[in-house]
Design a protein around this ligand. Sequence first.
Ligand SMILES: *[C@@H]1O[C@H](CO)[C@@H](O)[C@H](O)[C@H]1NC(C)=O
Ligand SMILES: *[C@@H]1O[C@H](CO)[C@@H](O)[C@H](O)[C@H]1NC(C)=O
Ligand SMILES: *[C@@H]1O[C@H](CO)[C@@H](O)[C@H](O)[C@H]1NC(C)=O
Ligand SMILES: *[C@@H]1O[C@H](CO)[C@@H](O)[C@H](O)[C@H]1NC(C)=O
Ligand SMILES: *[C@@H]1O[C@H](CO)[C@@H](O)[C@H](O)[C@H]1NC(C)=O
Ligand SMILES: *[C@@H]1O[C@H](CO)[C@@H](O)[C@H](O)[C@H]1NC(C)=O
Ligand SMILES: *[C@@H]1O[C@H](CO)[C@@H](O)[C@H](O)[C@H]1NC(C)=O
Ligand SMILES: *[C@@H]1O[C@H](CO)[C@@H](O)[C@H](O)[C@H]1NC(C)=O
Ligand SMILES: *[C@@H]1O[C@H](CO)[C@@H](O)[C@H](O)[C@H]1NC(C)=O
Ligand SMILES: *[C@@H]1O[C@H](CO)[C@@H](O)[C@H](O)[C@H]1NC(C)=O
Length: 613
Amino acid sequence: MQNPGPMSLLLSVLLFFFCEASSSLLSLPDYYLLHNQSFSTEPQEYLDPTLPPLLPPTGAPSCSVHVLQHEFANTYGSPPASTSFIPPEACPPPWFHVVLDLSISCFGDQYDRIAAVWIAGAEVLRTSTAEPTDSGIFWRVRKDVTNYASLLRNADGVEISMMLENIVNDIYTGIYKANLSLEFYPDSDDVISLGRSKRGRNALEIRPYDPFMSGSKLGKVFEGEKKKLLPALEDPADLIIPVCRKNSSNGYWFRIYNQSDEHFARINIPRNTFRAVLEVFVSFHSNDEFWYSNPPDVYIKDNNLTSQRGNGAFREVFATIDGRFVGTVLPFPVIFTGGINPLFWAPVVAIGAFDLPSYNLDITPFLELLLDGKNHSIGLGVNDGISFWLIDANLHLWLDSDSQVVSAKLTRYEAPPVSVVRANKFLHLNGTFKTDAERKAHFSGWVNSSMGNMTTDVNHKFKIKSSLDIQNNGNYKAVHLKAKAKTEVKTKNNQEVILSRVSHKLKYPLAIVTLTLPEMKNTYKSMTNLSHTLYEEATVFMLEKLINSKIITDKQEASGWMQVEEHSVLLGSAATKQKYQYSNNNKCYTRNVRAKDGVVLDDTATDACEIDL
Ligand SMILES: *[C@@H]1O[C@H](CO)[C@@H](O)[C@H](O)[C@H]1NC(C)=O
Ligand SMILES: *[C@@H]1O[C@H](CO)[C@@H](O)[C@H](O)[C@H]1NC(C)=O
Ligand SMILES: *[C@@H]1O[C@H](CO)[C@@H](O)[C@H](O)[C@H]1NC(C)=O
Ligand SMILES: *[C@@H]1O[C@H](CO)[C@@H](O)[C@H](O)[C@H]1NC(C)=O
Ligand SMILES: *[C@@H]1O[C@H](CO)[C@@H](O)[C@H](O)[C@H]1NC(C)=O
Ligand SMILES: *[C@@H]1O[C@H](CO)[C@@H](O)[C@H](O)[C@H]1NC(C)=O
Ligand SMILES: *[C@@H]1O[C@H](CO)[C@@H](O)[C@H](O)[C@H]1NC(C)=O
Ligand SMILES: *[C@@H]1O[C@H](CO)[C@@H](O)[C@H](O)[C@H]1NC(C)=O
Ligand SMILES: *[C@@H]1O[C@H](CO)[C@@H](O)[C@H](O)[C@H]1NC(C)=O
Ligand SMILES: *[C@@H]1O[C@H](CO)[C@@H](O)[C@H](O)[C@H]1NC(C)=O
């Protein structure tokens, strides 16, 4: 992604032509442009093969509202495109299910770009674009946005906005044309299941339950007053407060340029809040677009390299309340479509490129700090981050309808600093850089509401092992990242009975091996093998009974070469295969896609459960 800083657009376009290609470190993962490329004569559909979209029996939702139509041409530095949304008369709230549908088309030459959709300043989709071809490309992102329904109910209208910063000139000709719609399904009958879950890969989703699967079961497990806890865990939040830039002239996201560049939002929450989850959206750009492959600064300096992609290969996004650390997020390394070898991502894009994962931090143990009716500040920052990150968050709040004020107390706070161990060995351009990072955090707090006095216990840990091996005087580079995170959230009543236990595990193994052969001046050939997986497991116990278990394994393997001049791909060949597996309470969906040189060779889906982890 060629994504210059706000004030340096012209300068960086110049630098891009005169400096970057002269770096002697040719095999750094980088961003590229497909020039004058066509894989077919017709406009071609791009995809991220996950679960197929919802299909109502009638073939259409009860109401579909075309919200926004916009051509993103020279939008760099412009405010987002926005409109006012009013709930359709034919489909008044509440809604059983709401789906966002974004269609984009583009032709010509263009870099991948970052984009987002906000409802009243709360981000609901972070997405990136595919790089177009001369014959044109198009794609569609469908996302379950039922969790954000509370934002859409306002009969006086709510602002829906979309930002996509693009640059159009003689070289970059692609204009991204977008249509945004919302689909409303008032009843469960409107949505058929195709024999499996109807929810798409909302990767690190806020509701660990699949309401279609477990709703009725849950009701049976829970009786009496405890039944009140059920909606708290299952239903979308009653209120969502955006944690973002208030001045949206440059988008609602916070732009974070370095580790000390923490950004804050002032918030004020209702005093009857009994559950709070902070949902964090992140993307990384420019010098941190490939943060998992960045060498330490000392390597760059000692070798007199011009690259500014340094600061090592560990990053974590953290959140604070009034300056106190409350949780951390390990970003999944989403690869944009111009990244590493753009031929890998045509027409199958990298995991999450069209729907970047968001990350949930259960901050219920910290409600004591927020329930006094006063303003508080929520901060977001990036440990070890360099220029630049786009981050914002949504604070999802569940309110006690039977009381005006609830009381709460933080009873356990253990948050030792992250441990980072680095081992750097290098001689000139050859070197090996290892980073091991680990963090543990444990928070508990009780909340006394009309549901009783419940204690929430949040136990989080992660481990990262990263290795970067540069040989052959910088022309061979191997990146290996292993990231694992586990969060367990337990809710106990006053009698120490564990009412619910939600466990969430994530693993993101990534391997990228690139060999570069310099050819003529400014031209080189680069060969890469890549393997990347998103593994997510969520299990839910109620009164120690397993009531839901979901596993997603999404794996891509790509291999190919390209001939490159500066940042333009001149020639090349690449193959990508992807296997997406979803299982939920023993219902399964598996999709296998193979693509080569811009064409899908095969794409098969099955409901059979394969044991293949
Ligand atoms: C792309 O095509 C245009 C016009 O057809 C030509 O001027 C330009 O040099 C080509 N670019 C590359 C990188 O081949
Ligand atoms: C957007 O919608 C308009 C009107 O329905 C249609 O003409 C246009 O092709 C659509 N564009 C995309 C990118 O879907
Ligand atoms: C919002 O920010 C822009 C520049 O980013 C500035 O020109 C404008 O004055 C700001 N508006 C307000 C209300 O602060
Ligand atoms: C971090 O970034 C901010 C915002 O660009 C800047 O004001 C500050 O000087 C930077 N700090 C360091 C240590 O570079
Ligand atoms: C980097 O530059 C310094 C000063 O110009 C020079 O002494 C040193 O040998 C250079 N290092 C390498 C690896 O080229
Ligand atoms: C609290 O924040 C709101 C807006 O976020 C502001 O209008 C109000 O003045 C603040 N109150 C205090 C006491 O700072
Ligand atoms: C706990 O909450 C209940 C219901 O809101 C309330 O009646 C009770 O007084 C609270 N207990 C304490 C000690 O605040
Ligand atoms: C809630 O329970 C905790 C212990 O589980 C206790 O220390 C606290 O006083 C209780 N709070 C209320 C309001 O009863
Ligand atoms: C770096 O490694 C290559 C082989 O991978 C070797 O030919 C070269 O001499 C090494 N360079 C240095 C400075 O040791
Ligand atoms: C990629 O994998 C193939 C097959 O295993 C191997 O022959 C080739 O050397 C690998 N390329 C790189 C750059 O590691």
